[in-house]
Design a protein around this ligand. Structure first.
Ligand SMILES: NC(=O)c1ccc[n+]([C@@H]2O[C@H](COP(=O)([O-])OP(=O)(O)OC[C@H]3O[C@@H](n4cnc5c(N)ncnc54)[C@H](O)[C@@H]3O)[C@@H](O)[C@H]2O)c1
Length: 249
């Protein structure tokens, strides 16, 4: 039986792994979790020095780790390092991802595999690595980053991106069902268009959203924070839409 009641957001004493934490949404997530007291393992294939510095400025502990989420050995190393440094893992947020806009006619098998490998398989490998540890600890919060594209068939992204993100939304339900009696909560956030390096050069305009602005990484980070915290202890298996009103479901 799940006995945890919902409470206020306070991540003091909690340990969080954030992938894709070098920049954009992942960086904002890492900083938000740290602001609320979490100790953070910030990982990426790119340097995470700026993220670590911002977290330490807030007075929280953080370590950086280079990790390609498509490489199981590197994922296991990231999780092992988190346990060695902090003794446990309470929160995993999977922000690492890539977006391709190629349309069906032009997608090579190699490009298809790359997008699926990072967005879906890589997200799975991270969940797979932390999940048994959370179960054994009888507590955990996993938040994956999906996309509005995985729900509406793409804003301007290609079918491989759409499929990978739809897969992420579906996969959290498996972990959520399995983890429910172990206090392991598993949810996804589906951002609408957010201004980051990923979307630089995309033909976006603020008027696309009913709220008349597209997203900033912090808009997504605060939703992730909610799902990572005790404030959401009666929520599992959902995909939370955060999109300025572009999808009202
Ligand atoms: N920006 C948007 O409009 C938007 C909308 C919906 C969903 N998303 C999703 O949000 C997440 C973050 O996107 P963002 O906009 O901040 O993009 P971004 O490109 O700014 O950040 C993505 C990060 O993931 C890292 N990364 C890529 N491949 C990796 C790998 N194999 N292993 C480890 N790290 C890897 C990159 O180095 C980068 O730091 C992605 O999953 C993306 O699909 C973004």
């Amino acid at each position: 039986m799940n006995t945890l009641k919902s409470g206020k957001i306070d991540l003091s004493g909690q340990v969080a792994i954030v992938t894709g934490a070098s920049r954009g949404i992942g960086k904002a997530v890492a900083i938000s979790l740290a602001r609320e007291g979490a100790e953070v393992i910030a990982s990426d294939i790119l340097p995470v020095d700026d993220t670590i510095e911002s977290i330490r400025t807030l007075g929280s502990k953080a370590i950086g780790v280079t990790c390609d989420i498509t490489n199981q050995e590197e994922v296991d190393n990231m999780v092992g390092l988190a346990e060695k440094e902090f003794g446990k893992i309470d929160i995993l947020v999977t922000c690492a991802g890539l977006c391709e806009r190629t349309s069906s006619d032009d997608i090579s098998h190699m490009e298809w595999d790359k997008v699926m490998d990072v967005n879906l398989k890589g997200t799975f490998l991270c969940c797979q690595a932390v999940y048994p540890k959370m179960k054994a600890n009888n507590y955990g919060k996993i938040v994956t980053i999906g996309s509005i594209a995985g729900k509406v068939g793409g804003v301007i992204s290609g079918p491989h991106y759409v499929a990978s993100k739809g897969g992420v939304h579906a996969m959290v339900k498996w972990f959520a069902k399995d983890g429910a009696t172990h206090n392991v909560f598993v949810n996804s956030v589906a951002p609408g268009p957010v201004y980051t390096d990923m979307t630089s050069g995309f033909p976006y305009s603020d008027s696309m959203a009913p709220l008349q602005r597209l997203g900033e990484p912090e808009d997504i980070a605060e939703a992730v924070l909610f799902l990572s915290s005790q404030a959401s202890n009666w929520i599992t298996g959902i995909t939370l839409d955060v999109n300025g009103g572009m999808l009202m479901s």
